[in-house]
Design a protein around this ligand. Structure first.
Ligand SMILES: NC(=O)C1=CN([C@@H]2O[C@H](COP(=O)(O)OP(=O)(O)OC[C@H]3O[C@@H](n4cnc5c(N)ncnc54)[C@H](O)[C@@H]3O)[C@@H](O)[C@H]2O)C=CC1
Ligand SMILES: O=C(CO)[C@H](O)[C@H](O)COP(=O)(O)O
Length: 324
């Protein structure tokens, strides 16, 4: 099928590349002309604006006809509509892109927001967008370029079905995506995923901090590797711990005690408070993150470095004289 991709950064490029590799046609646009040109070099058809992208999609045959059925899904047929994937930063950039898309959208079209948008913003956008709107939580980060993402999708069933050929390509495969439920549910599940991510990072950080500060002279990389081979607590995050110790050293070298980000974890805690569900581990991890913006602790320096491991987020480094 033919897919329009808007936002060609760390994540959007993977959507483009994996879709192309699966045999789909891609029309690509980014505010950055360099990013658009790079996608074109990879095989996408470049667009120089949102309107241009829509015109190019309108010129297509509208897809391969697979997946959707008016009878099954209660929505417009899959053939003929535009399929557009947004991978821009959450917040204003999504609304600005939707405003540009608005004159070109109809009920037969499908728009996917694959970013980390707040689920309530996604519900609002689904209600006000003429196209069918899918909120898609995306997990795996840039490190998943080869294996594919885990995708948590919310929105109309027919639109989900219409996107299955592309979802199969962008995710690890058919088991790497599913429809969570109605609009908002995809980003809701991803929000909670990130809360869990915060708590797991905090747990590994605390354990390694005790090992590093404790009574034995220990090799952190060796411990992480040993745990990753059969231990109850083996995981991808623990593999990233192993990588962090290997690449940064036993004491994490100059990795700063500073963990950036925090919006998705804050939303998780806010929602937990509203639902009166106790989430002390997630809250504790969030509080540590905020606290890190002051002075340094080992666990947070590890979290800082781990975010590079899974998200290629910039590693904040300690300035000279700050090392103990
Ligand atoms: N990096 C990660 O590990 C993950 C990121 N996400 C989410 O995916 C989304 C994208 O993240 P990244 O690719 O990491 O960001 P990025 O900063 O690498 O790329 C964003 C791209 O969007 C472009 N852009 C911004 N506003 C635009 C607009 N109005 N129209 C067209 N292009 C525009 C930028 O020029 C840039 O190329 C965000 O919502 C992020 O939270 C989700 C899961 C993991
Ligand atoms: O969604 C992600 C991983 O699952 C992204 O890496 C996200 O940017 C991480 O969130 P935060 O910025 O709050 O650390």
């Amino acid at each position: 099928m033919e897919l329009g991709v808007i936002g060609l950064g760390r994540m959007g490029r993977i959507v483009v590349d994996r879709s192309l590799a699966a045999g789909h046609d891609v029309v690509a646009f980014d505010l950055s002309a360099e990013a658009t040109a790079a996608a074109a070099e990879a095989g996408a058809e470049p667009a120089d604006s949102v309107a241009d992208l829509c015109e190019r999609l309108d010129g297509s045959d509208g897809g391969d006809g697979a997946g959707a059925d008016v009878e099954d899904g209660g929505g417009p047929d899959e053939t003929g509509g535009k399929r557009i994937w947004l991978m821009v930063p959450a917040g204003d950039a999504v609304d600005a892109t939707l405003a540009d898309l608005e004159p070109h959208l109809g009920e037969e079209d499908v728009v996917v927001d694959g970013g980390n948008s707040h689920f309530e913003a996604s519900v609002r956008r689904a209600e006000t967008t003429d196209a069918a709107y899918l909120d898609c939580g995306t997990s795996g980060g840039p490190a998943s370029a080869e294996e594919g993402f885990s995708l948590m999708v919310g929105g109309p069933e027919w639109a989900y079905e219409a996107m299955v050929p592309v979802l199969d390509a962008v995710a690890t495969g058919p088991d790497g995506h599913d429809r969570m439920g109605e609009s908002g549910s995809g980003h809701y599940v991803k929000m909670v995923h990130n809360g869990v991510e915060y708590a797991l990072m905090q747990a590994y950080g605390e354990g390694f901090e005790l090992l590093a500060e404790g009574r034995y002279d220990l090799e952190m990389e060796s411990i992480a590797r040993t745990w990753n081979n059969g231990a109850v607590i083996r995981s991808w995050l623990l593999e990233l711990c192993e990588e962090a110790f290997r690449e940064e050293g036993n004491d994490l070298g100059d990795v700063a005690d500073h963990v950036a980000g925090g919006s998705t974890g804050t939303w998780t805690v806010e929602e937990a408070l509203e639902q009166e569900v106790p989430v002390p581990l997630i809250y504790g991890a969030l509080a540590e993150r905020f606290d890190s913006r002051n002075e340094g602790r080992f666990s947070r320096r590890l979290a800082n470095r781990l975010r590079y491991g899974f998200g290629r987020h910039e590693v904040a480094r300690r300035s000279e004289g700050e090392e103990e």
